[in-house]
Design a protein around this ligand. Sequence first.
Ligand code: PGA
Length: 253
Amino acid sequence: MKYVIGNLKMNILSPSDRERYFKMLKSELIGKKFKNLKVILCPSPVHLESFANNLAGKNVHIGAQDVFWEKSGSYTSEVSAWMVKNLQAEYTIIGHSERRKYFGETSAMDNLKIKAALKAGLVVIYCIGELREQRDNDLEADILSIQLEEGLKNIPAGKLEKIIIAYEPVWAVGTDVIPKSNEVMEAKIIIKKILTGMYGQKNGLKTAILYGGSVKHKNAEQLCIEPGMDGVLVGRESLNPHEFIKIAQIIDQ
Ligand code: PGA
């Protein structure tokens, strides 16, 4: 199974913008059948219900962009995994580099969020990746290892099938600077090695590993197909349904 996941981030500002988005997306989906691909859209939580209702039966799955680790209580403005699950989200992104960068999120916090999300019955898309200066100092394997070991701490092997890893080199997110195909493949091998070290050969090799960071239809081949990734996490281009579905078709080829 391959995945094309759209992270709509803090966009789509009004109900009319949202309607426009649905209209364009539905027209792009007409007559298109994906063979071995899950298309997932992750809007802001204010749009979750509407996305789930409007895209029901369209073969588009819905996810959140983040969840808090508590189920309910006095945590002003936070959104719990159970809340989004009850609005028909099946997935949630956790540990996105923008959460880490602007909100001081750590892999230890992500560990709590991942556990909560799994408990609520969501599939987790866990984002990991190194900064530019870390790569320049050949630290990417160390960083990926810390992020995986801390983020997945005490999560049993049996839960791995509910976790998707998104390798997102931070320097490629939102920048249009992209890694070479072999750099993506190397990262995939590093991640597989770390996971098999943590969970054993049988379990560690099963996890889907996606690429994210400046994905467009023009570079989907280089960033996903050539390095043998299991799909992509798309930011900006997911705001353009035409482009997003084009990417999905390439990944499903
Ligand atoms: P981008 O974002 O595609 O706009 O670079 C990717 C992401 O944040 O996952």
